[in-house]
Design a protein around this ligand. Sequence first.
Ligand code: MN
Length: 216
Amino acid sequence: MIAKTSYPFQLPPLPYAYDALEPYIDEETMHLHHDRHFQTYIDNLNKALEPYPVYHTWTLEKLLANLDHLPPSLRTAVREQGGGVYNHDLYFDTMIPGGKPMPQEIALAFGGEEPWKTEMKNAALGQFGSGFAWLVSDCSGKLSVVALPNQDNPLSIGLYPLLPLDVWEHAYYLKYHNLRGDYIDNWFRIINWDMVMAKLEERQRCRRKGFLAPAL
Ligand code: MN
């Protein structure tokens, strides 16, 4: 996972074939989204960090959880480009052909799978312009759904990212045009809940170690 790596960041391969999520996410969108957009965030983040060797040993997770500790000349680039790197890595990693069943533990926190979907969809539709809807955990382990603009990452506001839904137009416009809601409905069919549970367990380990302070 790219969150645990540091400068220079490298584009991870897509964890499935480019057409593997058809018909829900089309092959052309996948090429543009992964090979161009994701790559550009990586290149821009590396370019921004290059003159700051003191941060070359910081993991992406540490950079995003400590924006206030960065020099102002670097902070915006990490927030935008670093967020773009983290968010896309997790977005692609949390999808899988055919999807996986939603874990009971997560469904229960929202009163069932359908109430969770409604909440996630409302957050994603309500995000005006570009951004993501997120399933997150707070420091007590409580799960919730939030919408964040642009490439803002939950780590920067003291929340732990579990599952991102990219609602930038580049994520769906070629196939769905203006129908963001249809894209969201289909995205529900291809969620890799095994990966989300792995993130949740990782989050619980982090809590015990407390190493994501101060943000967490
Ligand atoms: Mn995107």
